[in-house]
Design a protein. Structure first.
Length: 328
C-alpha cells in the first residue's frame, strides 16, 4: 500500500463557553501546526445559520490561513455551489490560486450547508434543481479553464485549482466521474456505502482537462489519545453531539457530567450505535489499524480527519499523536 496521507477538515467549531474569535484562532493554530507536522491538506467548510459552527465563508478563511502557512494544501470542503454564482466561485478560487499557487483545492457540494430558508436567502434564484446544479458545474469548469465563450474569470493564474466533488450518498459521485473531477466521500455524514460509491466512481470516470485519472479520499470524525479515560470521555460527548444535531439542535453540548448521567431511550441508543460508523477513536496504534483498514476498503491512500473536541488541547494532541504514528 502507498504511504497514507493524513488531511484535516476543520468546521471551526465554537465550543461551550467560547466565542467565534476563539474558534478562528483555534483554526489558525491547527492549520499552522498541520503545516509543520506534514499533513497533506487542510480543508474548511461552509455552514450557515448554525450557532456553534463559525465556518461560513471558506473563501475568506482560506485567504487568512494561506498567508500564515507554507506548504500544506488548502481548500474548501466545500463550497455549496447552489448558494453561489459559478463565476464568483471561479474568481474567488482563481484569486486564491494566484496568491498560493499549486496549494488550493476547490471542493463543491450541492447541499445548502444549512436549512432551506437560509439557502433561499443566500441565493433567491436557487431552485434546488439537479439540472441547475449540473449547469453550474459545467459553467464552473468553463470559467476555471477559460472555455467560456464570452466571459473570463479573473484574475488569470498560471495554475488551476483542482475540482473536488463532495458526496455522502453517491449521486454526486456520478457527476464527479462524468465531469472528470476528484471525489471525497463524507463518511462522517453517512457511515454506509462509501467504498462502493468510490469503486463506482472509478469505473465510470472520464478524464478531463484538469484530471487524467480518478482521485478519491474519504472523510471521517476522529479522535486519538494515549489515555483510555480521555477517549471514553470524548466518545460519550460525541455520541450526544451527533444525536443532538439529528434532533435539529445546534446549541453547544452540556458539560460532560450531565451527558454521562443521561439515560437514552432504546431508539436513541440504536441511533448512537449507527452513528459510531461515522467516527473512529482510540490510541495511536488502534487508530492506525482503523485508518489502514478503511483506506484498504476504499482503495485510497488519503483520509480527511475531522476532530471536534470541547478541549482544544486534546484536539491538538490528537493530531500530533497521529502525525507521529504515521511518521508524517
Amino acid at each position: 500500500m502507498e504511504k497514507i496521507r493524513l488531511s484535516i477538515l476543520d468546521q471551526s467549531h465554537v465550543r461551550l463557553g467560547s466565542t467565534t474569535a476563539d474558534a478562528m484562532q483555534e483554526t489558525l493554530r491547527l492549520a499552522k501546526l498541520a503545516d509543520e507536522l506534514g499533513y497533506y491538506r487542510y480543508w474548511v467548510s461552509e455552514h450557515h445559520n448554525i450557532t456553534n459552527i463559525a465556518g461560513s465563508t471558506p473563501e475568506v478563511l482560506l485567504g487568512f490561513l494561506g498567508g500564515q502557512t507554507k506548504q500544506i494544501r488548502l481548500g474548501a470542503a466545500g463550497i455549496m455551489l447552489p448558494n453561489h454564482s459559478a463565476l464568483k466561485v471561479a474568481e474567488n478560487f482563481r484569486m486564491l490560486e494566484a496568491l498560493f499557487p499549486g496549494r488550493v483545492d476547490l471542493g463543491i457540494g450541492r447541499a445548502p450547508g444549512g436549512d432551506r430558508v437560509t439557502a433561499r436567502l443566500l441565493n433567491p434564484g436557487n431552485t434546488f434543481s439537479e439540472t441547475d446544479f449540473v449547469q453550474q458545474i459545467m459553467d464552473l469548469q468553463h470559467f476555471l479553464t477559460d472555455k467560456h465563450h464570452q466571459v473570463k474569470a479573473m484574475p488569470k493564474a498560471e495554475t488551476v485549482p483542482p475540482l473536488w466533488m463532495l458526496t455522502s450518498s453517491g449521486g454526486s459521485a456520478n457527476l464527479a466521474a462524468h465531469f472528470g473531477s476528484a471525489l471525497s466521500f463524507a463518511q462522517f455524514i453517512n457511515p454506509t456505502g462509501g467504498p462502493e460509491v468510490v469503486a463506482q466512481y472509478r469505473a465510470r470516470f472520464k478524464p478531463s482537462a484538469t484530471l487524467k485519472a480518478p482521485e478519491a479520499n474519504f472523510g471521517i470524525f476522529a479522535f486519538c489519545s494515549e489515555d483510555e479515560a480521555v477517549i471514553e470521555r470524548w466518545q460519550t460527548e460525541f455520541d450526544y453531539r451527533i444525536l443532538n444535531i439529528e434532533r435539529g439542535r445546534d446549541t453547544p453540548i452540556p458539560p460532560y457530567e450531565e451527558i454521562a448521567a443521561m439515560e437514552y431511550m432504546p431508539e436513541e441508543q440504536l441511533r448512537i450505535n449507527y452513528n459510531r460508523g461515522r467516527m473512529i477513536s482510540g490510541t495511536p496504534k488502534r487508530m492506525r489499524q482503523q485508518i489502514e483498514t478503511l483506506c484498504a476498503q476504499y482503495g485510497v491512500n488519503e483520509v480527511v480527519l475531522c476532530t471536534i473536541s470541547e478541549n482544544p488541547e486534546e484536539r491538538i494532541t490528537s493530531f500530533k499523536l497521529l502525525a507521529k504514528e504515521f511518521a508524517l
